[in-house]
Structures are given as structure tokens and as C-alpha cells.
Ligand binder design. Structure first.
Ligand SMILES: [Zn+2]
Ligand SMILES: [Zn+2]
Length: 149
């Protein structure tokens, strides 16, 4: 059994998870898909390699928010729990608010700047990036088809 470095779960406790490394690339994403998926003003996510993450109690329900990614949430209480692209090398992200200790994942970057809401003043000093600013991401995201309504 590996030692968990960070743990978390949903509101009702039906779904629990563990990260076996310090949460990586802790960020917020202001994109419209993340806003809709979380019901919040932005998504706050921290990740780990897929091999460094495990569900430890229960299993979430997944919604394929696009043809390239799945988002997990508790089927009992609805807490948004995860986001991951369907690529083996992609990080598996959990929502920072669902961590038992969100202080362990201080936000270091903002994504999806093109959809940042005008009244959101948040971590203004952090590096900011518009979606698909780098060429590799642009190529990947060009294939994306949203499945959100
Ligand atoms: Zn729950
Ligand atoms: Zn997003």
C-alpha cells in the first residue's frame, strides 16, 4: 500500500480518493466548460499522473463533457470531483475544494482567460493563459467537440 500524500472526497462521503504525490499544477480554469461543469465562476483543479491517483472509496459517475475529456462527480450528492483528458499521459485532476486540505494545493496558474468573468478578481498576480495559447494544445483542442448542452 502506498502512502497517500493528499486525500479528498465528496460532501456525502460516498466517494473518496487519494493522491500519492504532492498535488501538481494547481490551477484555476475560467473556460465556459469549467464554469458550467462546476456551477462555479471557475474550476479549481490540482492533479497527479494517472498512476499517482486512486479512488479509495466508491466510484464517481463520469460525464464526457467533450469527446476528449471526462469529468467525475458523486452520483449521490453531486460534488464535482475530477477532470481528465482521455490521454494516458494526461494528469488526473481533482477539484481543489474537494481536497481534505485545500491549503496543500495553492493555485499557481490561471487558464481559460478568454472566458474569465469581468467581476472576478482572483489571484491576479499569477501567470495567465488563454486556451490553446501554445501550438501543441491548439492542435489537440482543435479536435474537441463539446458535449455540454
Ligand atoms: Zn457524495
Ligand atoms: Zn476549463
Amino acid at each position: 500500500m502506498r502512502e497517500a500524500v493528499a486525500t479528498g472526497g465528496c460532501q456525502c462521503g460516498a466517494v473518496r480518493y487519494a493522491l500519492y504525490v504532492t498535488p501538481e499544477n494547481s490551477h484555476v480554469c475560467h473556460c465556459r466548460m469549467c464554469q458550467r461543469a462546476t456551477g462555479g465562476l471557475f474550476a479549481a483543479l490540482a492533479g497527479a499522473k494517472k498512476a499517482d491517483f486512486a479512488w479509495t472509496k466508491g466510484t464517481p459517475v463520469f460525464f464526457a463533457s467533450s469527446n476528449l475529456a471526462r469529468r467525475g462527480f458523486c452520483g449521490e450528492c453531486g460534488t464535482p470531483l475530477s477532470f481528465a483528458y482521455d490521454l494516458p499521459e494526461a494528469r488526473f485532476y481533482v477539484t481543489i475544494g474537494s481536497l481534505d486540505d485545500p491549503e496543500a494545493a495553492p493555485v499557481i496558474k490561471q487558464y481559460g482567460l478568454e472566458s474569465k468573468l469581468s467581476y472576478v478578481r482572483f489571484c491576479e498576480e499569477l501567470p495567465q493563459e488563454r486556451t490553446a495559447e501554445d501550438a501543441a494544445a491548439q492542435e489537440f483542442l482543435a479536435k474537441m467537440q463539446s458535449r455540454q448542452a
